[in-house]
Write a protein that binds this ligand. Structure first.
Ligand SMILES: C[S@@+](CC[C@H](N)C(=O)[O-])C[C@H]1O[C@@H](n2cnc3c(N)ncnc32)[C@H](O)[C@@H]1O
Length: 326
């Protein structure tokens, strides 16, 4: 009789960034002792070891929200049927961006970093972590009403309104209407300027400010920012340092049901999928979404340095689409 080989999920640690605190797995025992809301989802073996049912979305939600509070002092609420982010992976993504900004875009640690998170979800997880852990500023976009409201509440509940702008957007565009939003540009410009002014007492700056503000008030959507040209200060050269996105993955509800893609390529998932249908499905699937983002990105290449997109599919993009993006 042939014994069916059980697919073992890849060890998460193998893919964990060197600076990711979750290279050391969190102690469920400690979490259960501090957070009563986490306890109902724990079971104990004879040795007293605490186990969690990763197939139960409620257990996953409790794990994520308790870890966000314990490890990052973030109070986050995620509505019942919405996507629950897995923190080790989300942190990995941010740490990779940090590496790219430092090593590819040559940012300094003192620079004010401004990024854009496309499709932030109800948790607003990337902007909250980026603001709290790395001190960055984020524009977070969302098409879904419930996610937009939840993300806004999560930002407000953590007093991070100065660092994070949540913007409700139309699902027909990805970057258009965001990177060229004059109010957002003004807020982010002033943020960068404030820190620069503290480092540099130049009287001519006031005149420069007036010129830039007038330019922002009058710039058509696809015109490159004039003030970025010839500016010697690297941190002021780009309005946005990066755009990031974890796009909806599937092209139809049937595809989510089968989960064929992910099982074939990565083995059985460790945890059960969470989230509602429009968080996971987009017309044409992630390939169409990413292609649109790359095309819009090219149009705004003078406004940002680095574009990063999570993809579940192996894609070969035409090199010319990317040229000039970084
Ligand atoms: C896979 S979820 C990612 C959520 C969150 N960023 C995370 O990683 O946990 C994709 C999100 O993108 C949103 N979305 C879909 N199309 C969008 C668009 N054109 N612009 C902004 N958000 C979009 C969905 O509502 C959903 O919340």
């Amino acid at each position: 009789m042939s014994v069916k080989e059980k697919k073992v999920p890849p060890k998460l640690n193998k893919y964990m960034h060197a600076r990711n605190p979750y290279r050391t797995p969190p102690s469920f025992k400690k979490l259960a002792s501090v957070y009563p809301e986490f306890r109902p989802y724990c079971s104990y073996d004879v040795g007293g070891k605490v186990h969690l049912d990763f197939k139960d979305p409620k257990a996953l939600r409790a794990l994520t929200t308790c870890l966000l509070h314990q490890d990052f002092d973030l109070k986050v609420t995620i509505p019942d049927d919405r996507l629950v982010p897995m923190l080790p992976l989300r942190l990995n993504y941010l740490l990779w961006i940090e590496d790219l900004l430092m090593h590819a875009a040559h940012c300094e640690t003192s620079d004010v970093i401004v990024g854009v998170d496309i499709g932030t979800g109800a948790s607003c997880v990337y902007p909250l972590l980026a603001a709290r852990k790395l001190g960055w500023n984020l524009v977070a976009t969302e098409t879904d009403n419930i996610n937009f409201t939840a993300a806004t509440t999560n930002v407000n509940n953590n007093d991070l309104q100065d660092n994070i702008i949540v913007k409700k957007v139309d699902d027909k565009t990805v970057l258009q209407g965001v990177l060229d939003d004059a109010d957002i540009q003004k807020q982010m410009y002033l943020k960068k300027k404030e820190v620069n002014d503290n480092n540099d007492d130049d009287d001519d700056d006031d005149d420069d400010d007036d010129e830039v503000m007038s330019e922002l008030n009058n710039t058509p959507s696809d015109t490159p920012c004039k003030h970025t040209d010839g500016d010697d200060n690297k941190s002021m050269k780009y309005m946005f340092d990066f755009t990031m996105c974890n796009p909806p993955f599937f092209s139809s509800e049937e595809e989510t049901d089968s989960m064929k893609k992910s099982k074939k390529q990565r083995g059985e998932p460790i945890s059960s999928p969470t989230g509602c249908i429009h968080e996971k499905v987009t017309t044409g699937g992630e390939v169409t979404f990413i292609t649109q983002m790359v095309e819009e990105s090219h149009k705004f290449k003078s406004k940002k340095r680095v574009v990063i997109i999570i993809s579940g599919t192996t894609l070969i993009y035409k090199a010319e689409l990317w040229s000039g993006v970084i």
